[in-house]
Structure formats: C-alpha cells, structure tokens
Write a protein that binds this ligand. Sequence first.
Ligand SMILES: Cc1ncc(COP(=O)(O)O)c(C=O)c1O
Length: 379
Amino acid sequence: MAIDYSQIPSPCYVLEEDRLKENLNLLKFVQEESGANIILALKGFSMYKMFPLVKEYLKGATASSLNEARLIFEEMHCKAHTYAPAYKPEEFDELMSYSSHITFNSLNQYELFKSKVNDFKDPISMGLRVNPQYAEVETDMYNPCIVGSRLGITRDVLGDQLPEGIEGLHFHTMCENDSFVLERTLVHVEEKFGDLLHQVKWLNMGGGHLMTREGYNIEHVIKQIKRLKETYDLEIIMEPGSAIAWETGVLTSKVLDIVDAQGVDVAILDVSFAAHMPDTLEMPYKPRILGAYQTDVPGKHNYRMGGMTCLAGDFMGDYAFDKPLQIGDTLVFEDMIHYTMVKTTTFNGVGLPSIGVWTSEGTFELHKSFGYEVFKEKL
Ligand SMILES: Cc1ncc(COP(=O)(O)O)c(C=O)c1O
C-alpha cells in the first residue's frame, strides 16, 4: 500500500516492509540456487527492528565493531561474522563471545589475537582479508584498492602456506557493482590467491553486490558462485548491505521557510544534509526528491534545498517542481534507508568519543562517555 505521509512525523526515515521483503526474497533465491550464504552487512543497514524478518531469509549478519556484533547477538539471535581494520585489545574477549567468524586485516593482528581465539571456549573460524589490488569503483573514497590502501593483505606479504588456523579468506572490493564486475574481479582474486583458496574452507566475497538493482543479472552471479564452489570446494559467503535495503524507503521532511538568497530561491527544510544525509555530501551524490526534477528546469519552479544547520555547505541544489513550494509542504527524499540512516548514527557501530575537561589544576574530568546503549538507542 502507498505511504500516507499525513500519518508520519517529520523528519522520519520510513522503511516499506513490502519492499524489504521483495529484496530479501530475491536474495534468498540466489542463496538457494547457488548454494552461497548471504549475510547482512550491518554497516549498510542496522535497523534492528527488522532483524527477525531478515533472519527468516538470510543466514546471519556481519559486524564491523563490538557494538554491531552485540546487536547481532541480541537482536538476530546468532553470532556475527566479524571484520574490522583493527581490534581493540580491551574489547576482544567480549567480541569473541558474539562472533562465529573473525577476520583479521593484517598478519600483525592475527599474531596478536590468534592464541585468544584458540583458547576461547567456543570455536571461532579465523580468516584473513586479502587485497586483490583490483576494483572497479570510481570514487576513491569507496575504493578499497587504491594504492596504499590499508584494507587487506596483498599477495606479496603472504607465503605459499597460510598461517596456522586460518580457515577463510575475505575480499571486499566492490561498491554497487554488477555480476560482470564480480567476474572480472575474480580473475584477479584467483590469479593472486587461487593456490591459497585450495587451503581454506570459506571465501567471503564482501559486499557491493547490488543484486536487487533493476537489471542485475541473477543467473550470471549464480553461475559465478557455482563455478567457484566447484573449483575450490569452498563455502561462499557474500555480505551485502546496500542490496538488502536498496530502494526500501524514504526520509520525509517539511519546508520550514522559503528565502530569496540573492536571486536563488532556497527552501529551508527540517532536515540537514550534514546531520541526516552525510553521505550526500561525502560521496557526493544528489538524492532524488519524490515528484521533483533533479535539476533546475526553465519555466518550472526551481529551488535549492537548504538544511537546518548553520553549516554554509549544508544545502543541495537545484531541483524543479511543477507547482511553487509552500511553507509546510512535505518533501520526500527517496532511497534513504541503506547507509544514510546508519551514517546519521554511529557508522560501523564505532563508539563516540568521550567528552572531558583538562582542568586548570592539571587534572582530567570525564564529563561523559558513550557506550553500547547510546549506539543502540539511535537505531
Ligand atoms: C568489508 C565490507 N563488507 C561488506 C560491505 C557492504 O557493502 P555494500 O553495502 O556495498 O553491499 C562493506 C561496505 O563498505 C565492507 O566494507
């Protein structure tokens, strides 16, 4: 059923359950046909109210921090596949209790933590993230294979034999890509790491597989997965975030004021690009507004959208409308459920810095620190 915006407060992220179910259905089909395990990357979508539904279709979830791993454990009732560029020693024991798989980003990290994993009361499967040095991602901000990337181990650093206890390899090099990018990526993965794939039980192919985007060739990705499984006798794991919540909902807003800014009509909204849609400024990209043209159009009613913070750059422009905007109008930003929503909170589940004062007496006074509850409260 179409959304009735009059029932919804402003601003509000609104997820459409039917659309999420459609995405999950498709991903389940890929799982069943290919034999891959598809898990949700919380960094892209961590609205835990929907975890019970997600769990009906997918095989679990992947965490990038202690907070995300705990959220998976508490709300999805399973253990996480965990990967982070580095782990904090003081958090590692707790992290192990929420994790079925832990992937290390460097051999240093593996050396530091392997005995803890080996001594842990429950089995945890250890993996290494590798860098195949090939990605088809245009924006450097989202490209894990730029020269000097800190993400993953390059082949020259690994010998012919994987370190003891390593049961899996993980690569993540894709971003909103199709199955043909995956096919070209696999050429490099196999060229560089093919011999090591025979030594492991699982290969995690990361995220960036936008299987739910219109036009994605499902038969082709199924073929890639089956071939890998047969060639290397491997469990294949994929951990998309975007694909799960792609086009599943919106961010509603209202027009608070309309000002003439030296000849530019600016609609000031009750949302902020900096605070509520930071990825639009970071990537950058121009979000779609329901019913609006994506650029100014001569003869139409043209407006720039202004955020409600005092940051000068907190605006997005320009858009055109068939009718003039009025104060109080509802404007709906489309496709705001993956990434945008989590970036408003604590991206990747990273903890917020504490706040304190270094006093005139030369002592430190802690004013506030923010734990798991703060992270969870905002999702
Ligand atoms: C290691 C890893 N896995 C999975 C994902 C999810 O990717 P996507 O949301 O593009 O599918 C990311 C995204 O940054 C990632 O870094």
